[in-house]
Design a binder for this molecule. Structure first.
Ligand SMILES: Cc1cc2nc3c(=O)[nH]c(=O)nc-3n(C[C@H](O)[C@H](O)[C@H](O)COP(=O)(O)OP(=O)(O)OC[C@H]3O[C@@H](n4cnc5c(N)ncnc54)[C@H](O)[C@@H]3O)c2cc1C
Length: 432
């Protein structure tokens, strides 16, 4: 029997899943529904939706370590996880117009000058760059269309009936129904509300998650060059075990580095990306300073409340002792309200903002030229909604074995992990 596979979301996870199926001569039908646009029509400002999802318009840093970007080895073991990562990275190179330009940074030892203030996580990362991702997206999309995948664009899935294996979406003002044998749910961050609604509606058992919140830090790159030369996407970290707080620098962008505004639940938060093309060079660096806080009773609700308190006039906040907010790669102002003191930020994030300030103070010691030449966009947040409990062998819901959750919808936080989860599910479908 040939199977009917429906994928909700054309993000990194499902694009890799579909590629695995096509590469292995899958005989069934593959339909992918996405509320965004195909890579030829997707405009720059649609950061979260469309072909390759948030990953397609991101900075394209492909991390290669199982403790970065979400969980994978928990499901399939360390060795299998690395093999799946290889497949995802190979796909990005395969559809790249100039694969030789994908650079790998692979630090092998912690430099002495960051000790004793910080630890540095050591792992390889491939850097693709936002502009090349757009070209990769087009080549990849053409491959899938040629392979027979049907895409339904600019169409939001509004409901899923797990009991009757049906997906509902609105098209030309009519609600339509699509039946599936296997469903892969990969709606990413932009579909986080939808995932939560389904979890509540079907009373899906979940695994609890910690809070991850902080700021997007921005400064001229020259202050950090010494470390960037060792590790492009450096991950400085420190732990306050008794307080249940750990901090890390996260998703570093360099050379042509821009701060990006994300919109989740109607609130603004910040992220960053970097372009490869020299014409975009601004010699800036930006990275998240993210705190993981254990022990908060309702972490998801707590994070939403804090993010909401950090909004002013419909957007987030910017603070700097000396600088002004930057512009986007399109030359527009990054949406943020500048505040002159840290009062509002401290109040909203209490009692935790102290840890971020302490992190910045110690960076000033490690990178002495930094002084007051920095700014922060607030907040940066990773909403780790309770993760649905899945069968570890195929990421299917324990209550619905033909519904697989992948990518950010299953608490991934990165391209490689999300793509690998999609590939893992596709391998299961091929084997069965
Ligand atoms: C600005 C930015 C920069 C980033 N940079 C990096 C980076 O450099 N390296 C890294 O590893 N990670 C990065 N990330 C994170 C990474 O992009 C995500 O972890 C990854 O894309 C998740 O893949 P996914 O397939 O789960 O979801 P996504 O790639 O987000 O795709 C989800 C898709 O689902 C669609 N969708 C959602 N809801 C519905 C619905 N109801 N109906 C139909 N379609 C729907 C959306 O339109 C979207 O296209 C970045 C994220 C952002 C926002």
């Amino acid at each position: 029997m040939s199977k009917n596979v429906v994928m909700v979301g054309a993000g990194v996870a499902n694009v890799n899943a579909a590629t695995k199926l096509i590469d292995n001569g899958f005989k069934g039908k593959i339909t992918i529904i996405d509320m965004g646009k195909d890579p030829y029509l997707r405009p720059y400002e649609e950061v979260m939706t469309g072909f390759l999802g948030a990953g397609g318009w991101s900075d394209g840093k492909l991390t290669y370590h199982t403790s970065i970007g979400g969980q994978l080895s928990k499901y399939c073991g360390e060795e299998k996880a690395m093999e799946l990562f290889d497949q995802v990275i190979d796909n990005f190179k395969r559809f790249h117009p100039k694969p030789e330009e994908v650079q790998c940074s692979n630090p092998i030892a912690e430099p002495d000058f960051i000790k004793p203030y910080f630890g540095l996580r050591l792992f390889p990362v491939w850097h693709v760059g936002t502009d090349y991702l757009h070209e990769i997206g087009k080549n990849w999309y053409d491959f899938l269309v040629k392979g027979g995948v049907e895409f339904i664009w600019e169409t939001k899935v509004t409901a899923i009936d797990f009991d009757n294996s049906s997906v509902f979406y609105v098209n030309a003002q009519n609600t339509r129904l699509l039946k599936y044998d296997e469903l892969i749910f990969g709606v990413g961050k932009s579909g986080i509300d939808f995932g939560k609604v389904l979890a509540e509606q079907y009373e899906l058992p979940t695994e609890p998650k910690p809070v991850q919140i902080g700021v997007r830090f921005e400064a001229p790159q020259k202050h950090f060059q010494k470390l960037i030369d060792i590790s492009y996407d450096f991950k400085l970290y420190r732990k306050f075990e008794e307080a249940g707080v750990s901090l890390r620098s996260f998703c570093t962008n360099n050379n042509a580095a821009y701060v990006a505004v994300e919109e989740t639940y109607g609130d603004h938060s910040y992220n960053g990306h970097a372009k490869k093309d020299e014409s975009f060079r601004n010699d800036m660096t930006n990275f998240g300073i993210l705190m993981e806080v254990q022990g908060i009773k309702k972490p998801f609700e707590w994070s939403r409340d804090v993010v909401n308190k950090l909004q002013k006039d419909g957007t987030g906040l910017y603070y700097s002792p000396t600088r002004e907010p930057s512009t986007t790669s399109e030359g527009k102002n990054v949406s943020a309200i500048k505040v002159d003191t840290l009062h509002e930020i401290t109040k909203a994030m209490q009692p935790y903002f102290w840890y971020v300030l302490d992190f910045i103070e110690d960076m000033k010691k490690v990178f002495p030229s930094l002084k007051d030449d920095w700014g922060i966009y607030v907040p940066e947040v990773k909403y780790l909604s309770p993760e649905p409990l899945v069968d570890y062998t195929n990421l299917a819901l324990t209550k619905y074995p033909n519904v697989h959750f992948v990518g950010d919808a299953l608490s991934a936080r990165g391209i490689t992990v999300s793509g690998a989860q999609g590939t893992y599910v596709a391998e299961y479908i091929l084997d069965n």
